[in-house]
Design a protein around this ligand. Sequence first.
Ligand code: PEP
Ligand code: CO
Length: 456
Amino acid sequence: MAKSPKLRSSREWAPDSWRNLQAKQQPIWPDEDSFQKVLDELSTLPPLVFAGEARNLTEQLAAVSRGEAFLLQAGDCAESFDTSADSIRDRLRVILQMAVILTYYTGVPVVKVGRIAGQFAKPRSSDTETVDGLELPSFRGHMVNDINFNEDSRAANPKRLLTAYNRAAATLNLLRAFTKGGFAALSRVHQWNREFVAASPAGQRYEALADEIDRAVSFMQACGIDGDKLSELSEVNFHTSHEALILGYEEALTRKDSITGEWYDCSAHMLWIGERTRELDGAHVEFLRGVNNPIGCKLGPEVDPEDVLKLCETLNPTKTPGRLTLISRMGADVVSKKLPDVLKIVKNAEHPVVWVCDPMHGNTFSTENGHKTRHFDDVLKEINSFFEAHKKVGTHPGGVHLELTGDDVTECLGGGSELAADDLSKRYETMCDPRLNGSQSIDIAFRIAELLHSNK
Ligand code: PEP
Ligand code: CO
C-alpha cells in the first residue's frame, strides 16, 4: 500500500478551511439557500471513489516520479451532460490504443488517468461574454450553467451540481464495466481501432502494431504461459481526474477514510489545481493541501520557480512520491526558456515530483473564422522541448496531459490527415477548448513513443 502523505503543517486544515480565503473562479449562485441545500444533499450521497483506489494511484504515480512508468492523462476539456455511452466508450478506446502504443515502444507501464467522470467545471478568463451588444455570464461548464447564449441558460443553477454528481457516477460505472468486464482485454487490441481511425495513416500503423501484439500473445500461449498470467491482460487499471474548481462541490464529497482516518476528496481519484487558481494563499491550494488524493497543479508561462518550490512545500510537505504532479503548459516557444529553472529548483530541493507536459493550453489561438484551435505541430514541439529540458537537467519526463476525444471531430489543425483551417467548421463540437480527434490522438502517441525511445 502506498505511503499516504501525513500532513505536517503549522496551519490546521479542515474540509472547509478554504472558506477563510479568497476562492477565485466561483460562480455567482442566484440563491445562496438553494446552493447550500444542494451541498447538504451532496454531502449525504455515497462517495464516487474509494480512498484505497486513490492510494493505489499515488503508488503508480510514485513509479512515474522514479522514471519507471509513464503517465497518460487525457480526455475532454469540458465534459457534457449529454455525452452518450458510445462517446464515453470511444474516448476510453482511444486512450487504450495510445497506452498500448506507448507501452510497446517504451517498455514501461503506462498509468492511465482520464479527464473524465467529473470534468464539468471550467475557469474562464472573463466573467461575461458579449454577443451583439448582449452581455451574459460566461459558460462555466455543465456543473454550473448551459452553453446556449440566453439569460436562462447562462444563469448559474445549483441543481446542476447534483446532475454533475449523477453523470459522474454513471460515467464511472460504465468505465469500470469496460475496464474490468473484458472490453479492455489485450486480445481485443484490433477491435479498438475504429473505422475512420483505421483508414488514416496513424490507424494503419496501429493495425501493424496490433498484429505484432497478437503474435506476441499467441507466442506466450504457445509457450505455456496461460491461465492466470494471461488473464491479467484482460483487465486494465483506469483512474479518473478533474480540475477541483467548484470548491463547495469538492468539499461536499470529501470524506474521512475509515481505514486510515485521513481525508479524501471522493469525487475523483486525482484532482488538479488550474493555472488561474494556483495562488499560494488562495482557497484552491488550501483545499487540496489537506486531501490525501494524488493531486496536480498546472504551471503556466509566467510561473516563478520560487513559487513552484513553495507549492511543493505546501502541497507535499512530506515529500511523498506520487502525491504531487506538476503539469507544465507553457507554450511551444516558452518551455525551453522557462522550464529548466523550474526543474532545477525542485530537483535541488529533492521534491519527488511527477513532471507532466500539457502541450495544449499554451498553444491555443483563433483562426480568422473565429475557431479556437491548436496546431498538431505546436503540440508536438512543446512535448519535444519538454523532453529536452528534462534531459538537460537530469529529471524524468513523467507523462503527458492531453485534451482529446475518440470522435472524428475537426477542432485541431494538422496531424497525419493534415486538417486545414477550412476543415474546422465540418465537425467542431467542443464546448470549450479544441481537442485532438481519434486519428490525431493515435498519431501523437506514435510521435511521443518515438521521442521517448530516442531519449532513452
Ligand atoms: C484545462 O485543463 O482545461 C484548463 C483550463 O487548463 P489551465 O488551467 O492550464 O488553463
Ligand atoms: Co482546456
